[in-house]
Design a protein around this ligand. Sequence first.
Ligand code: PEP
Length: 253
Amino acid sequence: MGTFWIGTGWKMNKTVAETRRYIAALKGLWPEGAGGCTVFVIPPFTALAAAREAIGTMPLLLGAQNMHWAEAGAFTGEISATMLEEFGIDMVELGHSERRQMFGETDAALNMKVKAALRHGLRPLLCVGDSAEERRAGASGEAVVRQVRLAFAGLDAGELGRCLVAYEPIWAIGEGGVAATPEEVRAVHADLHVALKEMGGPAVPVLYGGSVSAGNAADLAAEPMVDGLFVGRAAWTPEGLAGLIAAVAAARA
Ligand code: PEP
C-alpha cells in the first residue's frame, strides 16, 4: 500500500500569526501512526515563510494555492514558480474550482502552470471537479477526465509520476456542499485512474476533496481507489487535521 496523502488548503484564511499558532499546535497533536500518511498544508502566499519556519523538521509538506506559468514579467498581482521556490515549498495547488469559476482559470492556462511547476521541481496538485448539472447528466467521470487530459497534455511518464490529482466535486465543496458517497467517489476515481494510465503515467495518486469530515474520513480512506483526502473546513483547526490523520491511519492500519 502506498502512502496516503492528507492535507488542507486554507483558501483566503489565516494570517501569519494564525499560521504559526496552527503549526505549533499541530506539532503537539501529531498522531501516533501517522507514518503511513504524507501530510500537507497549503496556506495563503503571505503565510508561506512563517509556515516554512514553523514546520522546521516536522514531516509536513508545504504548498502554495496557485502560481503563474511565466518566469517573470508584466503580470500584476501574480506569483511565479521562482518566487515560490524561495519559500522551500514542495507542491502547488492548481485549478481549484473557485479559481476556475471566479478567476477564469482555463484548462489551457492550467496546462502551462503544470509544466512550469514541474520545471521548478514543484509537485502539482491538480484539482478537477464536476458541476451539479454534469452529475445529474451522469457525466461526472467524463467531465473530470477531460480536465485532467487537458491540464496534463504533453507530459511524459516521468512528469506525470510527479503529479497529484484531487477530485473535488463542485457540488460537494464548501458551505452547503454534501460529500460524495463512497460509491460515487469509487466510480469517478476509477475513471480517473484509467485515463491517467492511458496517458502513460505510473500510478498518479487521486485524492478526494469535498465536505470531508471526522464522520466520513475513515470510510473514504478505506476505499481502494482513494489515495488521499484534500480537506477544507474540517482541517482548518490543528485539532481537526490531527483528528483526520488519526482516523485515516486507523482505517488503513
Ligand atoms: C475545498 O474547497 O477544496 C474543500 C475540500 O472544501 P471543504 O472540505 O470545506 O468542503
